[in-house]
Design a protein. Sequence first.
Length: 71
Amino acid sequence: MTTQVFKVAGMTCGHCVASVTEEITAIDGVAEVRIELVPGEVSDVTVDSDAPLDVDLVRAAVDEAGYDLVV
C-alpha cells in the first residue's frame, strides 16, 4: 500500500470534497481518499493506493471534479 498527499485548490464545502473523492476513487488501484478541507485555500488530499499514482491521472481526476491540483 502506498500513501500520497496531493494539494488541491478551490474546494469550499462538503460537496466539493465528495466530488474530488469520487473522481480520485475511480482511478484504478485507489483504496481510500481522505481530504482535510481548508475552505477557499489549498486542501490536503491523502490517497492510499496499491502503487504510486501517476500525477497526471490525479490531475485529470481533480480537473474533472472542477478543481486544481497544486504542484
